[in-house]
Design a protein. Structure first.
Length: 224
């Protein structure tokens, strides 16, 4: 059973998400929060597998709440999916930088929401290649100019193959697609991705994407 917490300040939004999620046999909504402070408190109390987090809430917003959840060792197994009204929200890249596993637009189709919850609960990043390119291309450059990023020290620990895998993850490729590109088995690709995440200290694939761009291994516009 996948446990989900909803964090959204709009009282009319939460019941819709709850009804959709609770109707699934493998998903259960365990808590609802109306602001960031409550979201962090309830996440600590219920330790859900997935938090659907509205990025814009009064007081402590979804960005800060995501940062606090990602920084809590007791919530290492909790994955945050950002809910936003616009695909190219200025806060999305920063949310990924601080630990979110991906994002969904609020008007996404129900089947896509359910698929996304299951994917994130399984450890995947909720970032399609096209959306990844657009978000990074739009905001990574601005973030880098305002705050010069240093390549993570852990990058030196990667083998040449692991660096190659890191770039492919940043392109948005799945393990199967990485395996096909490198002519290796899917199991071997999964092992390389897992080792890369461990060495980089990344919570999930979404953070590997951010690290790859910040380290200069891949640049905005390079994949267009």
């Amino acid at each position: 059973m996948i446990s989900v917490m909803l964090a959204d300040d709009q009282a009319l939004v939460r019941p819709g998400f709850r009804a959709l999620l609770d109707a699934e046999p493998d998903i259960e909504v365990v808590a609802e929060a109306a602001d960031g402070v409550e979201a962090v408190r309830l996440a600590q109390a219920t330790r859900p597998d997935v938090v659907l987090m509205d990025i814009r809430m009064p007081g402590v917003d979804g960005l800060e709440a995501t940062r606090r959840i990602a920084a809590d060792p007791a919530l290492a197994g909790t994955r945050v999916v950002i809910l936003t009204t616009f695909e190219l929200d200025e806060y999305v890249f920063e949310a990924l930088r601080t630990g979110a596993s991906g994002f969904l637009v609020k008007d996404t189709e129900p089947v896509e929401l359910l698929r996304g919850v299951r994917a994130v609960a399984a450890g995947d990043a909720l970032l399609s290649p096209s959306v990844t390119r657009r978000v990074i291309g739009e905001f990574a450059g601005a973030a880098g100019r305002s705050r010069p990023a240093q390549p993570p020290v852990q990058l030196d620990q990667l083998t040449d193959r692991e660096r190659e895998v890191l770039v492919l993850v940043a392109e948005g490729l799945s393990n199967d697609e990485i395996a096909a590109r490198l002519v290796i088995s899917p199991a071997t690709a999964k092992t390389h991705v897992s080792r890369t995440m461990i060495k980089m200290g990344a919570r999930d694939r979404a953070q590997l994407v951010v690290y790859a761009y910040e380290a200069g291994l891949i640049r905005p516009g390079w994949l267009d």
